[in-house]
Design a protein around this ligand. Structure first.
Ligand code: PGA
Length: 252
């Protein structure tokens, strides 16, 4: 079975003490991970090392950064390189979250560079894509998201692409409480898989495609039950231990 992933995206939330408590609370609650299931915590940069230590020795649990810079090293004050993340033993990085695209003007082209440098350093990009409300209302979401994949991922070889995780996150569903229906998520995620199949053939069967956008304990099972929804990238609900553990336990 394809990898199924419950990924927490804490965004710019929590103090160090709150972050430690949340991780302790989640780890203490019963959740059994099957071999193909993973839990990922995308925490703010200053907490990466603490989080790595907390999950040390836990099977199938990983820490992610929420961003990285596209250059190897040098005079880029305030930025964090993939080599730095690698030196902490970080295995995943969220690339191209819609908040980065919107507030920090990250283009598909820049994101292609970020994907490249992650792969060069053996870090798995969780590549985010998704359309805004006006595009959904115009019914052109498939083309919009295809373009995001085309411009940031389709320069990769099949061998490289199979190391990527994709997170489809419709912007109108992020932090709004307005979740896509499981049918809407399945429809577009199946479409994305078929687009990948056209370009890369069987590689499309390997790539986990997560859904993100107001995933909660109460809707996770229904969303994750869809054949092309391989788990979720979870913002708000990942800040609550009970909610997030319910989401973990909803993985198929
Ligand atoms: P949300 O955020 O779960 O709060 O909608 C998801 C995300 O932005 O990754």
């Amino acid at each position: 079975m394809r990898k199924q992933i419950a990924a927490a995206n804490w965004k710019m939330n929590l103090t160090l003490q709150q972050a430690e408590k949340l991780l302790d609370d989640i780890i203490a609650k019963p959740h059994e991970l099957k071999q193909h299931q993973q839990v990922v915590f995308a925490v703010p940069f200053p907490y990466l090392q603490m989080a790595q230590q907390k999950i040390a020795g836990k099977q199938n649990v990983f820490i992610a950064a929420q961003n990285c810079y596209s250059k190897k090293s040098g005079a880029y004050t305030g930025e964090v390189s993939v080599e730095m993340l690698r030196s902490l033993g970080i295995s995943y990085v969220i690339i191209g979250h819609s908040e980065r695209r919107e507030y920090f003007h990250e283009s598909n082209e820049l994101l292609a560079d970020k994907v490249n440098i992650c792969l060069e350093n053996n870090i798995t990009p969780i590549f985010c894509c998704g359309e805004p409300l006006n595009i959904r209302e115009a019914g052109t979401q498939n083309e919009y998201v295809e373009k995001q994949l085309d411009e940031s991922l389709f320069h990769l070889t099949g061998e490289q692409l199979q190391k990527i995780v994709i997170a489809y996150e419709p912007i109108w569903a992020i932090g709004t409480g307005k979740t896509a229906t499981s049918a809407q998520a399945q429809e577009i995620q199946a479409h994305l898989r078929s687009v990948i199949k056209d370009e890369y053939n069987h590689v499309s069967d390997i790539i986990p495609i997560l859904y993100g956008g107001s995933v909660k304990g109460s809707n996770a099972k229904e969303l994750f039950s869809q054949p092309d929804v391989d788990g979720g990238l979870v913002g708000g609900a990942s800040l609550n231990a009970d909610e997030f553990v319910t989401i973990i336990n909803s993985l198929k």
